[in-house]
Design a protein around this ligand. Structure first.
Ligand SMILES: Cc1cc2nc3c(=O)[nH]c(=O)nc-3n(C[C@H](O)[C@H](O)[C@H](O)COP(=O)(O)OP(=O)(O)OC[C@H]3O[C@@H](n4cnc5c(N)ncnc54)[C@H](O)[C@@H]3O)c2cc1C
Length: 236
């Protein structure tokens, strides 16, 4: 089955109810939502969440789906940015039971079919699509086809740190010594063996992270056309 068989090219606005709300790290909020008339999604896709004020002013932002298709709820992990219009609302104001306007799933380019040998090189909240991909791989019985390299400052600040270790991801802390490696971004020596047999690479994170990660992959011999990049840049 390919993405064209299941993902509609046009999506319409629907609503999602917040079922659970947690703060897995000091700066992130995890929302699990029940979405009305939910459409099938592929790992790597995202939703738009739209906030509407009483005067009908709206603000909408994109959020990657962390859950896989087998999960009855959609899971999102949002970093609370200081003065961020939508992320602050989701972290500080939105409550369990609230209903939000949503549209998705969106994005065909940054999806993984669970059959192509792939590597995710992701940083910070950019780990979200890699989590969806690894959950989908487990469900599809193809976890060996996905390698994940995740970069974060420390275990306390890296979203899904426990799950990343559990799936066997290579985790590079930039400001924390875990006794296994010198703190810092992944090196070519660490990345090269993981690229053996890999046909596609997915890069996700801040604009700065994405630039560095893409350069590192190319330095390690990955063809630029085999690298798919998603940047979580500021909207402001
Ligand atoms: C495809 C895609 C998927 C994404 N997935 C995720 C995800 O899974 N999780 C996640 O957390 N994010 C994700 N993002 C990012 C997300 O869409 C938002 O950009 C992010 O949440 C910030 O939105 P905001 O409304 O909170 O902040 P904004 O109001 O857009 O502001 C962003 C930052 O810029 C600053 N700022 C705003 N305006 C100005 C200004 N005029 N001058 C200076 N600074 C300013 C704010 O203080 C804030 O820190 C994704 C983005 C894309 C494109």
């Amino acid at each position: 089955m390919s993405i064209d068989d299941v993902v509609p090219t046009a999506t319409t606005w629907t609503t999602g109810r917040i079922i659970t709300k947690e703060f897995p790290t000091p700066t992130t909020v995890r929302l699990r939502m029940h979405v009305e008339d939910r459409l099938r999604h592929w790992p790597g896709q995202h939703y738009l969440i739209r906030l509407r004020a009483p005067d009908d002013y709206t603000a909408q932002r994109s959020y990657s789906v962390a859950s896989d298709e087998s999960d009855p709820l959609l899971e999102f992990l949002v970093e609370r940015l200081p003065n961020g219009e939508v992320s602050e609302f989701l972290a500080d104001v939105a409550e369990v039971g609230d209903v939000l306007e949503m549209r998705g799933p969106i994005g065909r380019w940054f999806t993984w079919d669970t059959r192509t040998p792939a590597l995710c090189l992701v940083g910070g909240t950019g780990v979200v699509p890699a989590i969806s991909m690894s959950r989908a791989a487990r469900h599809a019985g193809t976890p060996d086809l996905l390698r994940v390299v995740a970069v974060g400052r420390s275990p306390e600040e890296l979203p899904y740190d426990d799950e990343l270790h559990w799936i066997g991801a290579t985790v590079a802390y930039t400001r924390h010594a875990d006794g296994t490696r010198v703190p810092g971004p992944p090196t070519p020596d660490e990345l090269l063996p993981l690229l053996d047999g890999v046909e596609l690479a997915y890069v996700c994170g801040s604009s700065r992270f994405a630039g560095l990660a893409e350069s590192l992959l190319v330095e390690c011999g990955m063809a630029p056309e085999a690298i798919r990049v998603e940047q979580f840049g500021a909207t402001g």
